[in-house]
Design a binder for this molecule. Structure first.
Ligand code: ZN
Ligand code: ZN
Length: 289
């Protein structure tokens, strides 16, 4: 049996909006019987205007220092616990700073011994889409309405996938975080989503089946059923991501992700190994022990 997550492992040690230490996160993953666990701390931000709330005291220099400390601690924990769990060390991207993010993210990847990357977008034109309903509504109005927002989102995701070719493609419909349950994208947005999925397939990426919305009351796992059905029909693989932000959220909600994959018709889930790359695991072999 395999039990794994490749998006998460944020900790309060290196991320101002997470809790606990990285060691506590890893020990929790071991206690829960994870066979593989991916650590994907947020990329630092390089401009003051791109700091997350709560990072003001750290500043961009403090963030870069914390990111390097994260990598060093993750490597140390991997050697310490390597006989009990396969830890994979990665990071979660931003499309920031605007325009120059492809080079910035590639440089982060090249300068560190990462096993993989979670390609994520959290902004459109430097404006956060996942912090508050009010901010996202303002962005929607400024861009000219919901369809314009959704098209801009899927275009930005597609550009990120094509530029960075991430192993894991993070929360592809994060943009609907604040929409009501059962929210459906319009036909043009769905076409843009299809283009994104074509890019994921072409670059060999795998979708992050991310249970954070289930845990936090924002509806179905990302991607929502309509997009997951489309991905399954197109032959795009999925993996599991708990998007944990501390030891108490490790693994919480992953069964919902697994159930969503089965409902969409997936017969297998992709599991990442540092040595062997993506491995296809029959869905009945993926289970919490
Ligand atoms: Zn986070
Ligand atoms: Zn994210």
């Amino acid at each position: 049996m395999s039990w794994f997550s490749f998006h998460g492992g944020h900790s309060g040690q290196f991320c101002a909006h997470a809790k606990g230490t990285l060691r506590e996160v890893v020990e929790r993953a071991i206690a829960l019987g994870f066979t593989h666990y991916g650590l994907s701390e947020h990329a630092p931000r390089f401009r003051d205007v791109d700091l997350y709330p709560g990072e003001e005291a750290l500043g961009t220099t403090g963030l870069e220092r914390a990111f390097q400390a994260y990598v060093a601690e993750a490597i140390a924990l991997r050697s310490e616990y390597g006989d009990r769990i396969e830890l994979l060390i990665g990071f979660e991207t931003e499309t920031l700073p605007p325009v120059i993010w492809p080079d910035t993210m590639r440089r982060l990847r090249e300068e560190n011994p990462f096993d993989y990357m979670v390609g994520s977008v959290h902004d459109i034109d430097g404006r956060w889409v996942d912090f508050s309903r009010a901010e996202t509504e303002r962005l929607k109005a400024d861009l000219g309405g919901p369809e314009a927002l959704h098209l801009a989102w899927f275009q930005q995701m597609t550009a990120m996938v094509e530029a960075l070719r991430p192993e894991v493609v993070g929360h592809i419909d994060l943009i609907r975080k604040f929409e009501p349950r059962g929210f459906a994208f319009g036909p043009r947005a769905l076409l843009a989503a299809e283009r994104l999925l074509e890019a994921v397939r072409a670059t060999g990426g795998v979708l992050d089946l991310n249970c954070a919305p289930v845990r936090n009351g924002y509806g179905a796992a990302y991607p929502q059923p309509a997009l997951l059905d489309m991905a399954e029909r197109m032959g795009v693989g999925v993996t599991l991501g708990d998007d944990s932000h501390g030891p108490e959220t490790v693994g919480v909600g992953l069964e919902a992700s697994l159930a969503a994959a089965a409902t969409a018709g997936y017969r297998s889930i992709q599991c990442l190994s540092a040595k062997r790359g993506w491995e296809t695991v029959p869905i009945e072999r993926v289970s919490r022990p």
